[in-house]
Write a protein that binds this ligand. Structure first.
Ligand SMILES: Cc1cc2nc3c(=O)[nH]c(=O)nc-3n(C[C@H](O)[C@H](O)[C@H](O)COP(=O)(O)OP(=O)(O)OC[C@H]3O[C@@H](n4cnc5c(N)ncnc54)[C@H](O)[C@@H]3O)c2cc1C
Ligand SMILES: *[C@@H]1O[C@H](CO)[C@@H](O)[C@H](O)[C@H]1NC(C)=O
Ligand SMILES: *[C@@H]1O[C@H](CO)[C@@H](O)[C@H](O)[C@H]1NC(C)=O
Ligand SMILES: *[C@@H]1O[C@H](CO)[C@@H](O)[C@H](O)[C@H]1NC(C)=O
Ligand SMILES: *[C@@H]1O[C@H](CO)[C@@H](O)[C@H](O)[C@H]1NC(C)=O
Ligand SMILES: *[C@@H]1O[C@H](CO)[C@@H](O)[C@H](O)[C@H]1NC(C)=O
Ligand SMILES: *[C@@H]1O[C@H](CO)[C@@H](O)[C@H](O)[C@H]1NC(C)=O
Ligand SMILES: *[C@@H]1O[C@H](CO)[C@@H](O)[C@H](O)[C@H]1NC(C)=O
Length: 528
């Protein structure tokens, strides 16, 4: 961390004590929030000052909508925050926590806004959003190959900053460039090089959090239990995580990409059957995921077919990849000419949906359009039988506007113990599944959501059981939601799916750091 940030933290902490020493009764009306915040700032300032936005502020709507990454939650019928706080420093966060407590407003923290269920910006009770987009500094230290990254930065900004300093360093995290550091790292975070280097959360070595009392804590001060919890347990239950110290990883100067497509009638189904057991056993340097979609062409199932796209990313040269692919997937018939060599940052562009010839500056663009969608997840521990797959293809051709991404595990993911972080999906997993369906008009939402739930029900016999696993960062409120006084036992409905045996420890940490359950949402960890 730079000296100026440290000074700021110390200064903030000092001012903070005086503000918090005034008693907070929790009985004030919601409007008092503004007054509380303004008097806390202690200077001649008002809502136009660019920190707090009310429903009548001219930029309220554009700030709110800027990071809504699921258009389902753009609708006017979706509850909006009473206030949006866009902190410029840590003191503003402390003040926002203090004043929301004082005014009985719930707090939602937003980094990149990619939460699939909109939990970072939607609540059914009066609430504020603390939107961290101004807190996005990235400080890279090449000497010890680490970086401090503020939560409001995006993955694209991080990848760009790393590539700007070194052609042979990278960071193992997700593909979409606008994902926020705050939600991603606190929920796990995987991408194309995770079989070699682990999750984003596995590569966090320190963090800075503001707890329920407004105290700023680093790893040493927060203790190993809380530091464990925020690396996969979701940040939203524990406080506002403002920055992360990450370990950069060394990547080769040349990586190799390839893509192969098949459909139902030219061997797609057979190759997929094999992929289920072979892809998780490939060397950790090779990532080969499968994306299933539907296209309008005749097949044995009628006028539509299932399209299987296998995309590979190899940490090494085409020359070294060729024998590996000829041995493991001869049926692809791959030649040297099917491989494209590039730098790691170009592979980032590729998986983020850009052309590899584009300038990496496109990774900095936050102004993207989003669709309305519903997503669910699963993990597979035994290959799905041919009967199971045939039924799946039949279900898929019923609905065009969906896709399924299947991500092979194995590699280092099988070596990291289940309890190392709250993310438990490790050794026994062959692959993870993400089901998505999207739509244009929100009037059709119910129909599409019903369809994806039917698909999910269909797959129950074929995927992990007791608990049926799910990935926290693919948030799914169908798995269960908290009531006003949800108990540990009730919350197990979703808690065990996301965290398995780690759920109990998360509950214990929560009970210690936020016993009053101030940081809460539909799927926050309950205190014991
Ligand atoms: C298009 C798209 C592509 C994706 N691709 C991948 C992928 O390749 N790999 C992968 O692993 N995941 C992927 N995801 C899922 C993504 O990792 C999660 O949605 C992640 O939680 C998003 O983080 P965020 O900061 O953008 O979201 P937000 O909506 O801002 O936050 C998500 C949750 O974390 C909480 N939170 C956010 N910031 C903080 C903070 N600073 N302190 C405390 N709590 C906080 C929020 O309150 C909310 O509960 C993708 C999602 C989308 C929409
Ligand atoms: C708020 O600040 C702006 C300029 O920053 C000023 O024009 C406006 O009059 C102020 N409003 C109030 C109510 O003080
Ligand atoms: C790195 O960033 C600096 C400052 O933004 C820029 O001037 C420079 O061109 C970048 N270098 C590379 C290699 O991208
Ligand atoms: C591989 O390249 C050959 C030509 O060299 C081409 O005919 C074939 O379609 C390619 N295969 C894939 C999967 O792209
Ligand atoms: C397939 O398409 C043809 C011509 O468009 C149509 O007549 C037929 O009913 C379709 N079959 C099915 C099963 O949808
Ligand atoms: C974002 O992109 C849209 C369409 O590409 C454009 O109309 C709009 O002006 C852009 N907004 C900003 C803030 O750049
Ligand atoms: C929830 O718990 C509080 C405090 O224990 C209690 O006052 C309240 O009645 C409970 N609410 C419900 C719905 O059970
Ligand atoms: C918060 O402050 C209260 C009152 O001083 C104290 O009892 C409690 O232990 C503190 N909680 C944490 C998590 O530091």
């Amino acid at each position: 961390m730079t000296r100026s940030v440290v000074n700021l933290v110390l200064l903030s902490a000092t001012i903070f004590i005086s503000i918090f020493s005034a008693s907070s009764s929790g009985s004030a009306s919601h409007e008092d929030f503004l007054q509380c915040f303004q008097s806390g700032l202690g200077v001649n300032t008002n809502t136009s000052s660019g920190i707090v936005f009310t429903k009548t502020s001219s930029s309220y709507e554009s700030i709110l909508d800027a990071s809504i990454r699921n258009s389902r939650f753009l609708a006017t019928s979706v509850p909006k925050p009473n206030f949006i706080v866009t902190p410029h420093n840590l003191f503003h966060i402390q003040l926002a926590l203090r004043c929301s407590k004082h005014s009985n407003l719930q707090v939602r923290v937003r980094s990149g806004g990619h939460d699939y269920e909109g939990l970072s910006y939607v609540s059914n009770v009066p609430f504020i959003i603390i939107d961290l987009f101004n807190l996005r500094s990235i400080t890279i230290n090449m000497e010890d190959e680490t970086a401090w990254v503020q939560s409001g930065a995006t993955l694209g900004e991080l990848y760009y900053a790393i590539a700007n300093r070194s052609k042979v360093h990278g960071f193992p995290a997700g593909s979409c460039a606008t994902i926020g550091i705050g939600g991603h790292l606190s929920g796990g975070g995987f991408g194309t090089i995770f079989r070699k280097y682990g999750l984003a959360a596995d590569n966090v070595i320190d963090a800075q959090i503001i707890n329920v009392n407004g105290t700023i804590l680093n790893r040493r001060a927060m203790g190993e239990d809380l530091f464990w919890a925020i690396r996969g347990g979701g940040g939203s239950s524990f406080g506002v995580i403002t920055a992360w110290k990450i370990k950069l990883v060394q990547v080769p100067s040349t990586v190799t990409i390839f893509e192969v497509s098949r459909n139902l009638d030219d061997g797609g189904s057979e190759i997929f059957t094999k992929w289920q057991t072979v892809a998780p056993k490939l060397p950790a340097e090779l990532f080969l995921h499968a994306v299933l979609g539907v296209s309008n062409s005749a097949s044995r199932l009628g006028n539509k077919t299932v399209v299987f796209s296998f995309t590979g990313m190899y940490l090494g040269t085409a020359e070294n990849l060729l024998p590996l692919m000829q041995e493991s997937f001869a049926e692809f018939g791959l030649k040297r000419s099917n491989f494209t060599e590039m730098s790691w940052i170009q592979s980032v562009l590729y998986f983020a949906g850009f052309s590899v010839d584009q300038s990496s500056e496109v990774l900095l663009n936050r102004n993207i359009t989003s669709s309305s969608f519903k997503t669910k997840s699963d993990y597979v521990t035994e290959p799905i039988s041919s009967t199971g797959l045939e039924g799946l293809w039949k279900m898929l051709v019923l609905e065009e506007s969906q896709f399924i991404i299947l991500t092979p595990y194995g590699g280092i993911m099988s070596e990291i113990p289940e309890s190392a972080t709250p993310f438990p999906h490790r050794k026994s997993m062959l692959y993870g599944i993400q089901y998505s369906v999207s739509w244009d008009s929100n009037e059709d939402a119910t129909m599409y959501i019903k369809w994806i739930r039917t698909l999910y029900d269909y797959l129950a016999p074929y995927v992990s059981k007791l608990p049926r696993r799910a990935y926290l960062n693919y948030r799914d409120l169908d798995l269960g939601v908290n009531g006003p006084n949800t108990s540990y036992v009730e919350a197990q409905s979703w808690g065990l799916k996301y965290f398995n045996q780690n759920f109990k420890r998360l509950v214990e940490v929560k009970a210690r750091v936020d016993p009053q359950n101030f940081f809460r949402n539909e799927q926050s960890i309950p205190p014991l």
